[in-house]
Design a protein around this ligand. Structure first.
Ligand code: C2E
Ligand code: MG
Ligand code: MG
Ligand code: MG
Length: 279
């Protein structure tokens, strides 16, 4: 009956809601220890140059080996950490690890591969963020140009001017800048004008076929055209098929990141792939 359906629906929501509340509590209670105990691990996902089909960069993506909840990807904990502010700490951990890694590549005589890191808009309100980041790269002897900082287009809803200021400062220190998830929400083409970004990452939503395939292809092609015309690098995200790769080659997209080429992987696997190291 409708009433039964209603009751089970309510208790279903009750149960999942309760579970979510419990999980959030577990995550918040274990986050500091997680950092102390090295439970967080950086995965790298290669970015491929479409002309050479070689690895031309990587994105650092955080993972958590949680003692009771298991292997967690960011969707489970990043929103919680964004809300409680712990993301500031976690991001700094990521930046430090990335600096160590770049330093080790430089010291071993390899050509260092640029790495991009994600930045939360929480950092924009931190007084010394830019200085601290600069000190970090300096203390590892890593040129700032090897680090690209990705900021999602959704961050630009609020504090737009403040974000632009911080990006200008980062740019002046030599960091590369990237607009992430372009085309996923309410992108404004004007943002491309206002921001000192080197790279635009086009969200995978732009390349997933829909019933209006021809139209969405035109939108994607023209977006990439604008990005390249502005002399910025166009990176297509979430590319899973050969068909998508061929389409992107045709329209002169610069780089691709997606499961078609490689999924995010542990650092050691990435080094084997990019530097032909034997495991
Ligand atoms: P993002 O920065 O847009 O990263 C790309 C996401 O797309 C990653 O998800 C990646 O695993 C996924 N992806 C890549 N290729 C494909 C594909 O071909 N198909 C599909 N379906 N997905 C693909 P992930 O690792 O789960 O990260 C999700 C988001 O969490 C990231 O989106 C980023 O916004 C955030 N994030 C991850 N690590 C960090 C971090 O260290 N700090 C901060 N602040 N945010 C992070
Ligand atoms: Mg990103
Ligand atoms: Mg993205
Ligand atoms: Mg995304």
């Amino acid at each position: 009956s409708v009433k039964e359906l209603y009751d089970t629906t309510i208790s279903f929501y009750d149960d999942t809601l309760r579970q979510q509340v419990i999980e959030t509590q577990v995550i918040e209670a274990s986050m500091y220890q997680g950092l102390e105990n090295d439970e967080f691990e950086i995965y790298l996902q290669p970015k491929y140059d479409l002309k050479t089909e070689k690895v031309a960069g990587a994105e650092a993506l955080i993972r958590w080996h949680h003692p009771t909840l298991g292997f967690l990807t960011p969707s489970r904990f990043i929103p919680i950490f964004e809300h409680n502010g712990f993301l500031l700490k976690l991001d700094c951990y990521v930046y430090e690890k990335v600096c160590c890694l770049l330093q080790s590549w430089i010291e071993s005589g390899e050509t260092p591969i640029p790495i991009s890191v994600n930045m939360s808009r929480l950092h924009v309100r931190q007084q010394n963020f830019v200085e601290e980041l600069e000190q970090m790269v300096n203390s590892h002897g890593v040129p700032a140009e090897l680090i690209e900082i990705e900021l999602t287009e959704n961050a630009f809803f609020e504090d737009t001017q403040q974000i632009i200021d911080v990006m200008e400062q980062l740019k002046s220190k030599g960091f590369r800048l990237s607009m992430d998830d372009f085309g996923s929400g309410y992108s404004s083409l004007n943002l491309l004008n206002m921001l000192p970004v080197d790279t635009v990452k086009l969200d995978r939503a732009m390349f997933t076929e829909t019933t209006k395939a021809e139209r969405s292809k035109k939108v994607a092609a023209n977006a990439i055209h604008i990005v390249r015309d502005l002399e910025m690098t166009a990176v297509a995200e979430g590319i899973e098929t050969r068909e998508q790769v061929d389409f992107l080659k045709n329209i002169d997209c610069d780089m691709v990141q997606g499961y078609f080429y490689a999924k995010p992987m542990p650092v050691i696997k990435f080094e084997q792939l990019a530097y032909n190291r034997v495991g």
